[in-house]
Write a protein that binds this ligand. Structure first.
Ligand SMILES: [Zn+2]
Length: 316
């Protein structure tokens, strides 16, 4: 992981890997310190804290969670005594995802000999993580539409833009420094994956970031960008929704549709197989299902595994 100064007293911690769970974090070194997102497990969050200690020797007094996915908040408990801030729906969703213990079991079971190939592939993606000892520590300072903070004269705006990538999406805007921490509303050079939300709201969330005209956007995953990041991801979502519509109308399954979509300019993004989640979201909307209709995660993961094999064969 790498610490980058992106403004006066503003830092991003970037992880170069764009695979499952490798997320970014941020630090504002004012008003006692504000951290944007922790990491997926305790060892990686400890390493993050070591990095932040180089520029802020005292423990940060605030942590903002951009949303409830574990790779952005399962390290919260290590920030002893800090005020944990998040959207009300982020806090409510905290216990609805698979638990750390469940993932730790899957990590062990999937690696076993003779296990299901989808499970084995999933377990392999979890190999670098250690989910032991995690105690879910949800936000207790809850945001509805927005919360403005004054960190020793530096204005920080927490803006609700969900349900886009997930139900409680907050972005963190520092107008004077022209920085936005986008959480998973923005994936950069890697394929987005979303949970509870709609295409319309995800596009609106990206439009909100674009309208703020930041110089630096810190994505939830992937490298820093300017406005080209949210613009490209917006175009990707529009394109995938249109292509999905065509294949939906032709009666194709989600997996068959995903196999036929030409990724064109997005073919170089990592994790292209996550396309299945975006097709699945489009199909849910075409079927008129509510934005928080349960996702059949295991079936979608199987589709993702099939698609990965398909892309690998076509890349040869
Ligand atoms: Zn994430």
């Amino acid at each position: 992981m790498e610490l980058r100064e992106i403004g006066n007293d503003v830092y991003a911690c970037l992880t170069p890997d764009r695979g499952l769970g490798w997320s970014n974090s941020g630090l504002v070194r004012r008003g006692g310190g504000l951290v944007v997102d922790t990491f997926w497990d305790l060892p990686h969050t400890r390493a993050l804290m070591d990095l932040y200690r180089r520029v802020l020797p005292t423990p940060a007094q605030r942590v903002v969670n951009t949303h409830h996915n574990g790779d952005h908040c399962w390290g919260n408990q290590l920030f002893h005594g800090a005020e944990i801030i998040g959207h009300r729906r982020c806090a409510e969703a905290f216990t609805k995802d698979p638990t750390p213990a469940g993932l730790e079991m899957l990590r062990g079971a999937g690696a076993g000999a003779g296990s299901d190939p989808t499970l084995a592939a999933f377990a392999a993606m979890l190999a670098d993580w250690d989910f032991t000892g995690i105690e879910l520590t949800p936000p207790t300072t809850l945001v509805d539409e927005r919360l403005d903070l004054d960190l020793d004269g530096l204005r920080v705006e927490l803006l609700y833009v969900g349900p886009a990538h997930s139900i409680g999406d907050l972005i963190v805007h520092l107008p004077a420094e022209r920085v936005v921490f986008a959480g998973d509303v923005l994936f950069r050079l890697c394929t987005p994956i979303g949970w509870e939300g709609t295409y319309a709201q995800w596009l609106a969330a990206l439009d909100t970031i674009i309208a703020l005209a930041p110089e630096v956007v810190v994505p939830g995953h992937g490298p820093l960008s300017g406005l080209e990041g949210p613009r490209e991801m917006r175009a990707y979502l529009v394109y995938i929704r249109e292509e999905s519509r065509r294949h939906f109308d032709a009666g194709l399954s989600e997996v068959e549709a995903a196999k036929r979509i030409d990724l064109g300019p997005y073919a170089g993004w990592t994790e292209p197989e996550r396309l299945i989640f975006n097709v699945e979201r489009a199909y849910r909307e075409f079927r008129g299902l509510p934005l928080d209709a349960p996702i059949d995660v295991l079936t979608t993961f199987r589709g993702m595994y099939e698609l990965r094999t398909h892309f690998a064969a076509h890349a040869r």
